[in-house]
Ligand binder design. Structure first.
Ligand code: AMP
Ligand code: MG
Length: 413
């Protein structure tokens, strides 16, 4: 527990966005537990073992072309060979081929004993079983050798690698049906608020539908995680604490929305303090000033504000990098791009603003305009936007035609 936390006093330090991001990542260790997965389920997962070739791939000497296989030595005395059989892919010719003879061979079919060269069909002429070669191929032409791709004993994939389509094909070519991977982080999420109603049920006076859980679920679905939806929790300390205990038992990380401010019905921060530890809960950021970050035992905790825009902004800026680190994925700070603002932007100094903007790319660079009103309950602004306009803490109002920085949503997904 940080020194500035006592049992009933919340830490008052207001962190900058960058300090908060750093303080979160400092506390996170990547998951190291593993699970065994069928290859068909392993796309994009982090490999937790090395893959070594148990045999040469390809395993047999085979043809790269549809054509004819023969001993190159035959061409010293003739350009016409006698066809004595066919070697199909998967059904090799089992006999041996003598000088002056050839077999018809398909791509991927094994080269029969006695042959070392393949001439492609297009360069030959057939008359009954007599095959005449129009050109004189090099010895070994169009032959693929065992171990061409990789040899027995070679390490072909290292631990920690994020498995790609090609990697999965490589593993399959070795006949390996399952691999050991790092397990996915388990992320629990819930909404708090007595005003929240489930979709499909009519709204009573004073109620609103719980939209945050749908936004959060979708944001989480962009990440390699397992989801635990803990539903809507009423504004009662006991209910909040019960949900926290459940999350601590089941999840690596819990995300809540609502109840982190200083209202009488805001139990999230206090319950976190009671059952776990608070890292910080105030940031100089707009939207999203209160964000209760800490842990419940081994379960990381993110108490996001209730307003829907704040939920999205704080998720993208703080929770997403935390989940990536937990999942063992390198966290790269997304790049800001300079842009010319076409609309004036209202800004009060003191907090770093992440205003909603719509950017376009022109020959002169990025241009951006505001989505309009910037209050954090206006989720439509987020739906219309394709970037944040990032205004530094000390900045005041910004005039149209000024240079600003933008953070593209596509760099956050
Ligand atoms: P709170 O942080 O609990 O004070 O909530 C701030 C604002 O966000 C209030 O107007 C709440 O009604 C609203 N809000 C809280 N949770 C949700 C939710 N799950 N879906 C939509 N709005 C919410
Ligand atoms: Mg609330």
């Amino acid at each position: 527990m940080p020194a500035d936390v006592t049992c009933d006093v919340l830490p008052e330090t207001v962190l900058t966005v960058e300090q908060a991001q750093e303080r979160i990542l400092e506390t996170i260790q990547a998951i190291t537990e593993t699970e065994q997965l069928e290859l068909s389920q392993a796309n994009g997962r982090l490999l937790a073992e090395t893959i070594q070739a148990g045999f040469d791939v390809p395993p047999h000497r085979n043809s790269a072309m549809d054509g004819y296989a023969f001993a190159h030595e035959s061409l010293a005395s003739t350009a016409t060979l006698q066809q004595i059989g066919i070697s199909w892919a998967g059904r090799p010719y089992l006999g041996s081929v003598s000088l002056g003879e050839c077999v018809r061979i398909m791509t991927g079919a094994c080269l029969p004993e006695g042959t070392d060269t393949v001439e492609m069909q297009e360069n030959t002429q057939q008359q009954a079983d007599q095959i005449t070669l129009h050109t004189r191929p090099q010895c070994g032409e169009h032959v693929r050798y065992p171990g061409d791709d990789f040899k027995q004993g070679e390490i072909i994939l290292e631990t920690g690698r994020k498995l790609t389509a090609a990697d999965l094909g490589l593993i399959a070519s070795l006949g390996i049906p399952a691999v050991k991977v790092i397990r996915k982080p388990r992320i629990a999420f819930l909404s708090t608020g007595d005003e929240l109603q489930t979709l499909g049920t009519p709204l009573a006076w004073g109620q609103i539908y719980d939209s945050n859980r749908y936004t959060l679920r979708a944001l989480l679905q962009n990440l390699p995680v397992e989801l635990i939806d803990l539903g809507i929790i009423p504004d009662q300390p006991h209910a909040v604490e019960q949900a926290f205990i459940q999350a601590q038992q089941q999840a690596d990380l819990l995300i809540t929305s609502g109840g982190v401010s200083v209202g009488e019905a805001d139990f999230v921060t206090r319950s976190l303090q009671k059952l776990g530890e608070i890292n910080f809960w105030k940031m100089a950021m707009k939207p999203g000033k209160p964000l209760a970050q800490g842990r419940l035992g081994n379960c990381l905790f993110f108490g996001l504000p209730g307003n829907p825009v704040s939920v999205m902004a704080t998720f993208l800026l703080f929770v997403r990098p935390a989940i990536l680190k937990l999942a063992g994925i390198n966290v790269v700070q997304p790049r800001l791009h300079p842009a010319l603002t076409l609309t004036p932007l209202k800004k009060v100094p003191g907090r770093k603003d992440f205003q909603r903007g719509i950017y376009t790319e022109t020959a002169e660079g990025y241009q951006v305009r505001s989505t309009g009103k910037q209050e954090s309950h206006l989720l439509r602004s987020m739906s219309q936007a394709n970037c944040f306009i990032v205004l530094e803490r000390d900045s005041g109002d910004v005039g149209a035609g000024s240079q600003v920085n933008i953070l593209l949503f596509e760099s956050l997904s």
